[in-house]
Ligand binder design. Structure first.
Ligand code: TPP
Ligand code: MG
Length: 376
């Protein structure tokens, strides 16, 4: 793998800043082309057809879950929901490559990673209905130490530094994975976190999911930098790009970054290039700020279609298998919907339970007022 050049050496020499930019090399990985043809030989563990098929099945389950969540919001069962349509490959590859003992610090669009790590579908529905029990991660295989979904942009990046610092301090062979969006890379938190991770050589992988939009702000208006991965250069840590719609590529790159971080190789930044096909959330209408042609182009890069084409060509997948898998996934999703809808709602005062270990006096008053109103 090529590494970006050492910026300080170049700056001290006779280079002009804009010539300097041209000399940075940010490596880009793609294994499967959008038409499902292999661009590079299949690395391990993909010689096992079962691995390829299960990656596809997990992406399919996520897509069906996602569509259901949007439908539940439209019928008033969820407050809002941020769809991950078209971004399934990156989410699933992250979930599949992280070890159970690693810690995920995610934003609101990493549903797929959470599901692969053992969060229950019903919990994700609960969360988006405004119920804090959605962050309990109570299943038998639940990732109990993963952080709850982070909605404030990039605030979990410095927290990830703290987590990784603790892992290093305790000499644990674990890795923190901080997932954030293209918009989040403009925040000071992101720069500070990369800097800290670099200085302390921490077991931390930043995954920047570049879906080209931060609500209505396009990637081109976010930064003049040609890539987001190159932001790692200033922190002195490796940064690279990967085709975020190629589940095999993200899997390979992640596996490498995690192995390096786990064995004392330090932090890195991975920029996964994808596209937010859906509205920002169900509260948004993206037709107001982007054109249909861009969306058509993005739809042709569908990560599920890409892997399916490969599997079908290799005779590892067929139409009956597709139908059976869809049926099984839909049944699983419907079961989760039933569980979610059967949960008795919490008391309105539950909203005071999750911010403070001990409720400050001013909030006591508010809680009592809510309680009083309840009993009127
Ligand atoms: C600190 C903070 N500022 C503003 C917002 C409002 N906000 C919610 S999502 C978002 C855009 C984030 O874009 P990006 O990081 O690219 O993630 P994406 O939604 O594309 O996954 C903004 C500005 C917020 N949640 N937190
Ligand atoms: Mg974005």
């Amino acid at each position: 793998m090529r590494r970006p050049v050492d910026a300080t050496l170049r700056l001290a020499s006779d280079s002009q800043p804009n010539e300097l930019a041209a000399r940075f090399e940010v490596h880009y990985t793609r294994i499967l082309d959008p038409d499902g043809r292999l661009r590079a030989p299949l690395p391990e563990p993909f010689s096992d057809p079962g691995v390829l098929v299960s990656l596809y099945e997990e992406m399919l389950a996520l897509r069906l879950f996602d569509a259901k969540a949007v439908a539940l919001q439209r019928t008033g069962r969820l407050g809002t929901y941020p769809s991950c349509l078209g971004q399934e490959a990156t989410a699933i590859a992250l979930g599949r490559t992280m070890a159970r003992e690693d810690v995920l610090l995610a934003t609101y669009r990493e549903t797929g990673t959470m599901l692969v790590r053992g969060v229950r579908m019903a919990e994700i529905f609960l969360y988006w209905s405004g119920d804090e029990r959605g962050s309990d991660y109570s299943g038998p295989d639940a990732p109990k130490e993963d952080f709850p979904i982070c909605v404030p942009i990039a605030t979990h990046a410095p927290q990830a530094v703290g987590v990784a610092y603790a892992m290093k301090h305790k000499r644990e062979p674990r890795v923190a994975v901080c997932v954030l969006g293209d918009g989040a890379t403009s925040k000071g938190d992101f720069y500070e976190a990369m800097n800290g991770a670099g200085v302390w050589h921490l077991p931390l992988v930043f995954v920047v999911v570049n879906n080209e939009w931060a609500i209505s702000v396009p990637r081109s208006a976010q930064t003049r930098a040609q890539t987001l991965a190159q932001k790692a250069i200033a922190a002195g840590i490796p940064g690279e790009q990967v085709d975020g719609n190629d589940v095999l590529a993200v899997h390979s790159v992640m596996q490498r970054a995690l192995a390096a971080a786990r064995s004392g190789g330090g932090p890195s930044v991975i920029e996964a290039l994808t596209y937010r096909i859906a509205d920002h959330t169900t509260a948004d209408d993206a037709t107001r700020y982007r054109n249909a042609a861009d969306l058509d182009r993005a739809r042709r890069l569908d990560p599920l279609v890409r892997l399916r084409q490969y599997l079908v060509r290799e005779r590892l997948w067929s139409e009956p298998q597709e139908m059976a898998a869809r049926e099984a996934c839909n049944a699983r999703v419907e079961q989760a919907v039933a569980q979610f809808l059967a949960m008795p709602p919490r008391e309105p005062t539950a909203m005071f339970e999750h911010l403070f270990a001990e409720l400050p006096a001013s909030l006591h008053e508010q809680r009592d007022a809510v309680r009083g109103r309840d009993h009127e």
